[in-house]
Design a protein around this ligand. Sequence first.
Ligand SMILES: Nc1ncnc2c1ncn2[C@@H]1O[C@H](COP(=O)(O)OP(=O)(O)O)[C@@H](O)[C@H]1O
Ligand SMILES: [Mg+2]
Length: 459
Amino acid sequence: MSLWTSAAIAAATGGTASGDFTTTGVTFDSREVGPGDLFVAMTGAATDGHRFLDQAFARGAAGALVSQPSVHPHVLVPDTMAALENLARAARARTAAKIIGVTGSVGKTGTKEALYAALERSARARARAHRSVKSYNNHTGVPLSLARMPAETRFGVFEMGMNHAGELAHLTTLVRPHVAIITTIAPAHTEFFRDEAAIADAKGEIFRGLEPGGVAIVPYDSPHRDRLIAAAMPYAARIVTFGLDKAADVRAIETMRTESGGTFVTAVVGTRELSFTISQPGQHWVSNSLAVLAAVDAVGGDLALAGLALAELGGLAGRGARFTVAVGDGQALVIDESYNANPSSMRATLAVLAAEPAARKIVVLGEMRELGAGSDAYHAGLAEPVLAAGVEAGILVGERARPLLNALEGKGDFVHVADAAAARASLSTMLAPGDAVLIKGSNGVGLAALVAGLRSGEH
Ligand SMILES: Nc1ncnc2c1ncn2[C@@H]1O[C@H](COP(=O)(O)OP(=O)(O)O)[C@@H](O)[C@H]1O
Ligand SMILES: [Mg+2]
């Protein structure tokens, strides 16, 4: 399906087309280029995309967006980053889709994926749903995701992230959401913020881009609720809260753990009551699901289909995916949370581990990064949920995690190692049949490699 013609790209960017071409996709990573793609040659500090033009066309690119003339079919602009943003604006302007922006300290990608699955079911057969891929949520990922949105999209779901004040204020002018969700406010990236209230303010910037008549979706149970509501007030026609409290507009009135580890929820959405099962375990998924229902309702999607989608969600790699590995004459359960970690998500997933029926629970916990001055206390503070989860043994990875080892001293079989490679060696001696092992840390710690090793059976 055609996404952008060279003429449309030239019109959107004010550039000059050389050659007549039609593209079906957009990418700025030459390794990701597929047949029919528009390759955007970005000029960064480290690399210059123009060096990869030959490679991109060898991989099947149909055209390129460049700031230097090229022998390949292209549209020439002064600045490719600015041009990508203009392409994003044009994509947004030409669609009649209902647009949803998702931000928050944790739960963005999970909520975005669940919302996409829910809306994809509503949109099926009529038109289509579109979403950002992976965690493409920053100053390049958001415009890229928008530029990839087909004109005939019915629902568009965009993850929006930030680690500094002002970033969302800009991104939201590109996304122009009809519905803006804040999943949670929690200490993540705290080194760039004075305190959590400052994080709430920066997340609240998402509401500034709401379309007229737009809906703000706010976590009721957050201590920053009133701050978020105040931030939404000038821009939102309607503010919808979600949570467990009975005053929340979208609320869970009953939750029950299912045999397979998910949660059976009875929820109220406005005046309607509905029951559904969430395949993914944990209270945090109950919370994310309520945000999903609030958004589906706000864009006129089908709540019953949303419930079905929530029942079928698979665990995302690095964010709760599960698999078993052979150990000795038995098996161990691996919970892969290697993608990221902060105090809030650590607690959420330790609570999931707590409910796991395993002979023994163990953890591989990598350090949580970007926590600034509070780092030691945040790490030490995890001892309580680790022990409450019934964890008997564990490997703590990275220098910043050392305060956690100290706090766990004498309370089980815990060791500290320098890096992911050492953790791998240590885990292979620790792992026993019947274990459930939770693997979680900041992405930079590299625990994904350890998980990959376990998956391929070499541990
Ligand atoms: N609502 C929530 N509250 C607390 N922790 C959560 C929540 N949603 C997800 N998590 C935890 O955070 C991790 C990262 O989730 P993800 O959806 O990738 O967040 P983000 O995209 O905001 O970084 C998950 O693996 C889970 O451990
Ligand atoms: Mg994400």
